[in-house]
Ligand binder design. Structure first.
Ligand code: PLP
Length: 467
């Protein structure tokens, strides 16, 4: 299995190991598999019986090819998808909510959000590759949401890996802030930046532009465009499918609370592999970039509005480029042209392409607002005695508004404990916390203050990171 960049007309190929540690290709494109592997209904029937780590092996070996020997991959996956990191043997159990709506719990990992499913794998597979190649890595990133704690939980105490994560002083919930700050392992560096998330992201980009510095400190990224994350996410769509339908072969609709388009892209790839997913339904919040795109065919970058589902607050959906590449039949020249138009004008009209995605791939979209999510949290609690978080509520809201005649599986992307104040607004009480999190905010926290300019950030890295 080989990978190409969505913007490379020469179609230079890369192995899984090569794409694992780079975010973007040098031409600014994203890495995608040359072809999607196929699985049959017979295989799906067999997969239904497998424990999660074995299913992960069956699926991921198709994407990893010769890059990692099968026995090593098995070891990595057995270690990753175990009850020492996830609170259920099933890893991503499916439960019925009511009517034909089902919920797949993707939030049983250490940071209580779905990002753990891919990040825990990345921690182990990156460590494996670094040992093999005798290298070290400095993971540099910025986030105001769930990425920071998921990445740090996965990378803490790993040899050869340092993590430098920038978070804005404003915008994170006290719980999210404490989740990151309380990770005190010596390879974890939480940096607090005066200003908003955009400033953090710009600083990361600025440092990455200094190629000499980037090489010297071996700077890498684990943001949602990292192919290793998408690859790991495909597994739970297959698990969700086999766990939900009565008979393998029957259709299933899925609803995915979406931001950067990483999660639902994995569902789309599962569908290309032969999993009978019918509709791929995108749920957005007030930041409607994706909803506008799928309703009008206009992909337009927007200013971010801060909402009660902050992990879906995006100005553009970076992983959409991978779907766009398929839409233009892998014509990297056209893809590069469209993306450079988008980067220049902040807007492209691709209605001719979106039409076929809706017709042939079953993409649908719907947004929700704060009050609709609050009402959904309340409704689900009253009808099913289940407390959901505001991101999952965006999904259930959309699942309810689609009159589906078949089962509809909604992804539970975070646990309500992460967003207590919103849940309290809906239910008049906060959800019971797990013991591990009872006194989280009173634990010791470590944040480093760094001035909001690239030179200060580089100086910090020079002073704190030894490779
Ligand atoms: C990251 C995240 C999302 C958005 O996922 P994408 O892959 O960016 O579309 C949704 N919900 C929660 C809780 C998240 O952490």
């Amino acid at each position: 299995m080989y990978y190409v960049s969505t913007r490379d007309k020469q179609k230079k190929t890369y192995s899984f190991s090569e794409v694992l540690l780079c975010g973007l290709a040098d031409d600014g494109g994203l890495f995608v598999p040359e072809v999607y592997p196929h699985i049959s209904l017979e295989q799906l029937k067999r997969f239904k019986q497998l424990p999660y780590h074995e299913l992960a092996f069956e699926i991921m070996k198709l994407f990893i090819g010769n890059s990692i020997p099968e026995q090593d991959l098995k070891t990595i996956l057995t270690k990753t998808y175990s009850t020492s990191h996830f609170k259920s043997e099933d890893i991503t159990p499916v439960t019925s909510v009511y009517k034909n709506i089902y919920l797949q719990d993707l939030s049983l990992g250490p940071s209580l959000a779905f990002k753990d499913l891919a990040m825990q794998f990345l921690g182990n597979v990156i460590e494996y590759e670094l040992v093999k190649q005798n290298k070290s890595l400095t993971i540099l990133g910025a986030s105001s949401g769930d990425t920071v704690s998921a990445a740090e939980e996965a990378m803490k105490s790993k040899d050869r890996i340092n993590v430098v994560m920038l978070t804005p002083k404003v915008g994170m919930s006290p719980f999210q802030k404490a989740q990151a700050g309380a990770i005190l392992d010596k390879n974890i560096f939480n940096i607090s930046i005066e200003g908003h998330f955009d400033i953090c992201q710009d600083l990361v980009k600025e440092v990455n532009k200094d190629l000499a510095f980037k090489n010297q400190y071996s700077i890498g990224a684990v943001n949602s465009i990292n192919w290793g994350r998408i690859c790991a996410q495909i597994v739970y769509y297959i698990k969700g499918y086999t766990a939900t339908v009565a008979n393998i072969g029957e259709p299933l609709d899925v609803v995915v609370p979406s931001g950067n388009f990483g999660n639902i892209l994995a569902g789309y790839i599962a569908k290309q592999m032969g999993v009978p997913l019918r509709n791929l339904v995108i749920a957005t919040n007030e930041n409607k970039v994706l909803d506008t795109l799928f309703k009008t065919g206009i992909y337009r970058q927007e200013d971010v509005e801060t909402t009660s589902s902050p992990s879906m607050d995006i100005s553009k959906a970076s992983n959409f480029e991978r779907l766009l590449f398929d839409c233009v039949n892998h014509d990297a020249g056209t893809c590069a042209k469209l993306m450079s138009q988008f980067e220049k004008n902040k807007e492209i009209d691709i209605s001719h392409l979106i039409e076929s995605l809706i017709q042939n791939q079953g993409f649908k979209s719907q947004s929700s607002n704060h009050q609709q999510r609050i009402d959904t949290i309340k409704r689900v609690y009253e009808a099913a005695n289940l407390i959901i978080d505001p991101h999952t509520a965006a999904g259930i809201y959309v699942a309810e508004s689609f009159e589906s005649d078949i089962p509809i599986l909604c992804m539970e992307t975070a646990k309500p404990t992460k967003f207590e104040s919103t849940v309290e607004e809906a239910l008049g009480k906060v959800p019971e916390r797990d013991n591990d999190f009872k006194d989280l905010e009173s634990k010791e926290q470590r944040f480093y203050d760094v001035n909001a300019n690239a030179e200060s950030l580089k100086t910090f890295i020079k002073e704190h990171i030894t490779l």
